[in-house]
Write a protein that binds this ligand. Structure first.
Ligand code: TSX
Ligand code: MN
Length: 603
């Protein structure tokens, strides 16, 4: 632990020193902790949280060095209606973001942060998004009053002293966070402090600042992830000519040992984490994971596109994760893991819905209530999470921390579509692929708020994560492709694991069998697999998909690869009316692609 007197020894960064002093004056914390990122610091903060009832240590013989945290029932997920993009004008934020005037918002936030850390410790967390010495990485510093955030950031990012050495007197994104629950006159703390009345997740894209107030959970509080690595980074990427995307990154190796890297964007509840570390059913093929959520991509000296994962951990949804659905995730979280809002077993381990076929006879659920299989309440909250280091994954890619990044051969867009969208198709070129990404939509599941089974547009799976006008973001993708040598650009694909027949039966087995689709993509990139040109894109011919050992019925395959002209004409209507909202910000290239699709569907 450091006292604030040691600030000059802690960092040489003038802006950082100033900001820390300002934050202390504003928030009036009881004390200050300048994080060094050490193991010792982590353990000490865990001990503090155990004493406060925030954390329960799990049984070390079952889950070594692992902890359970339970939030309050009103602080369980990202709060999109309280998330703001405070660009100078509303137009710059665009029609898909909440906008607020930056000057007004600053006043509001200053009032809220004033005295907000009374009775608490102010922590300073220097962190690096991406490998420490990568030219693709960027640095942030989070100030927070939550020790849960410090420990989570230790897993999710490269955090601590070394980051300050790399930073020097350079640029960092200030990430200012308070749970918004000051403790007055020795008032007793609660296990999960937060502010149910007042939540603000605020981004200032012009000054590259993040302010977050009132929530201690996930993307609201771990500001390196969605706030920085997507919303602010998307603005940096637009201005500097790179891409910050909501994509997994995986290596895919064939039985001959040839390897390609794939990046893939899916809306929530499509199983992105499962795909990122999948065990292929096809003999001799191998998947290795670089990341499961975010990709930062830039052209290398050789003109190819290279990607890094800015994160160092997985913040994965626990419910539904099992040895069947994702064995590699289950093995990743056997130790050194923080669990949030899952259930506690009688032997000091964790459980959640879908973890085992048979639920335990007795649990303490996420709401801290006694639980048995006939209870009305859930054992785990549907958005319960594990926070675990990527390096613990049995199939972590050997190059996952390469400072150069990994070369991307294919980009996948996907959605949960029970009708219309086929299993897989290939776009004709980058412009067409950009249009496919812009047109993404997915059916909602119980995991998300709102009606189940409703089609939601989610362009590039970036709807809640784009820090500027989504129309301008489409334009950035188009201009990005124009700058490249087309022969070196990744090919762009659409995939859909969720097609159903008229009776509601899944047509595709999914999971490890998705390796068959990835194999077709791999071989298309090498110009080896056959395809048939259709109105929507290039589809596999019946014999070009490796279906050996799958008892897929002829008729099911036919449905999986069909392009229903009328259904697609209807689809273009939906796309067209969705794109209306972008008005003059909708780039010509997207209009051209939509009209070309409509034309191809006519003839
Ligand atoms: O993650 C999924 N993937 C990707 C896996 C690498 N899920 C789970 C989605 C929620 C997170 C899937 N669910 C996938 C999938 O490919 N496919 C499905 C739909 C499905 C569910 C069950 C079956 C088949 C398909 N079971 C049987 O056919 C027996
Ligand atoms: Mn995500």
């Amino acid at each position: 632990m450091h006292a604030i007197d040691s600030l000059d020894e802690y960092t040489q960064n003038d802006h950082l020193k100033e900001w820390i002093k300002e934050a202390i004056a504003l928030c009036q914390p009881k004390d200050v902790w300048l994080c060094d990122g050490s193991e010792r610091e982590y353990k000490e903060l865990c001990q503090r949280m155990i004493k406060n009832g925030t954390m329960i240590p799990l049984n070390p013989s079952k889950r070594p060095n692992s902890y359970l945290c339970r939030s309050t029932a009103d602080d369980v997920s990202r709060v999109e209606d309280r998330t703001f993009i405070c660009s100078k004008t509303k137009e710059e934020a665009g029609p898909t973001n909440n906008w607020s005037d930056p000057d007004e918002m600053r006043k509001t936030l200053l009032k809220l942060f004033k005295g907000s850390m009374q009775g608490r410790t102010l922590f300073v967390i220097p962190f690096c998004m991406g490998p420490l010495h990568s030219p693709l990485s960027h640095i942030g510093v989070q100030i927070t009053d939550s020790p849960y955030v410090v420990c989570s950031m230790k897993i999710m990012t490269r955090m601590g002293k070394e980051v300050l050495n790399v930073l020097g007197n350079g640029f960092f994104v200030p990430c200012f966070h308070s749970v918004g629950m000051p403790l007055h006159n020795n008032q007793k703390d609660v296990p999960w402090p937060s502010n149910p009345q007042n939540k603000y997740i605020v981004h200032f894209p012009e000054t590259r600042e993040i302010w977050s107030y009132g929530s201690g959970y996930g993307g609201n509080a771990l500001l390196g992830k969605k706030c920085y690595a997507l919303r602010i980074a998307s603005c940096m990427a637009r201005d500097e000519g790179w891409l910050a995307e909501h994509m997994l990154i995986m290596g895919f190796t064939n039985p001959q040992g040839q390897k390609k890297y794939i990046a893939a964007a899916f809306p929530s509840a499509c199983g992105k984490t499962n795909l990122a570390m999948m065990t292929p059913s096809l003999p001799g093929w191998k998947v290795e994971v670089v990341g499961d959520d975010i990709a930062w991509m830039k052209f290398g000296e050789d003109g190819h596109l290279y990607a890094i994962n800015p994160e160092a951990g997985f913040f994965g949804v626990a419910p539904g994760t099992s040895a069947n659905s994702n064995l590699n995730a289950m093995q990743t979280i056997t130790k050194n893991t923080i669990f949030t809002n899952v259930a506690l077993t009688d032997d000091g381990d964790v459980w959640w819905e879908g973890m085992t076929p048979q639920p335990p006879e007795h649990l303490i659920n996420w709401l801290r209530h006694e639980w048995s299989p006939n209870s009305q309440e859930k054992a785990a909250h549907p958005n319960a999470r594990f926070t675990a280091p990527i390096k613990q994954c049995p199939v972590v890619d050997p190059d996952w921390e390469s400072p150069r990044g990994v070369p991307i051969s294919a980009i996948l867009f996907g959605g949960r579509r029970s009708t219309v969208a086929p299993l897989v198709y290939e776009s004709f070129n980058w412009e067409h692929g950009t249009f496919v990404g812009a047109s993404l939509s997915s059916e909602t599941t119980a995991a998300a708020a709102g009606q189940v089974g409703k089609l939601r547009h989610d362009p590039f799976a970036m709807l809640p994560f784009c820090g500027y006008n989504m129309g301008d973001y489409f334009a950035h993708w188009l201009s990005f492709g124009r700058k490249a040598d087309p022969s070196k650009l990744p090919k762009i694909y659409y995939v859909n694991w969720f097609r159903k027949d008229a009776q509601g039966k899944w047509l595709w087995p999914g999971y490890k069998e998705n390796s068959r689709v990835l194999k077709w993509i791999f071989e298309r990139v090498d110009n080896k697999a056959a395809a048939e040109k259709t109105a929507i894109g290039n589809l596999p011919t019946k014999d070009s998909l490796d279906l050996q050992g799958l008892n897929l019925e002829e008729n099911d395959l036919k449905q999986l690869l069909e392009v229903d002209r009328e259904a697609w004409q209807q689809e273009t209507q939906y796309m067209s009316s969705y794109f209306q909202q972008f008005g003059p910000h909708l780039p010509e290239g997207i209009k051209t692609e939509l009209n070309a699709l409509i034309e191809r569907l006519r003839s």
